[in-house]
Ligand binder design. Structure first.
Ligand SMILES: [Zn+2]
Ligand SMILES: [Zn+2]
Length: 61
C-alpha cells in the first residue's frame, strides 16, 4: 500500500516536510489514517498502542 497522508498531521505526504512528523510517529500513535485521513481511534496500553480506522482496520505499535 502507498501512504497518502501523514499519520501525524493529516496533510498529504507530498505537501511539505514531514520529517518531524516521522520522528513524532516513532514515539506516539498516529492520529490520522495514512490511507484515508480519517481520525484514528487510538488506545494506548502498557504494551504499546492500537489505532483503528473505521475503514482500514487496526494497526498496532
Ligand atoms: Zn506530517
Ligand atoms: Zn483509513
Amino acid at each position: 500500500m502507498t501512504l497518502v497522508y501523514c499519520g501525524h498531521c493529516g496533510q498529504e505526504l507530498t505537501d511539505g516536510d514531514h520529517e518531524s512528523c516521522g520522528t513524532a510517529l516513532s514515539l506516539e500513535p498516529p492520529r490520522y489514517c495514512d490511507q484515508c485521513r480519517r481520525r484514528m481511534v487510538v488506545q494506548v496500553h502498557p504494551m504499546g498502542w492500537t489505532a483503528r480506522c473505521s475503514v482500514h482496520g487496526e494497526i498496532h505499535g
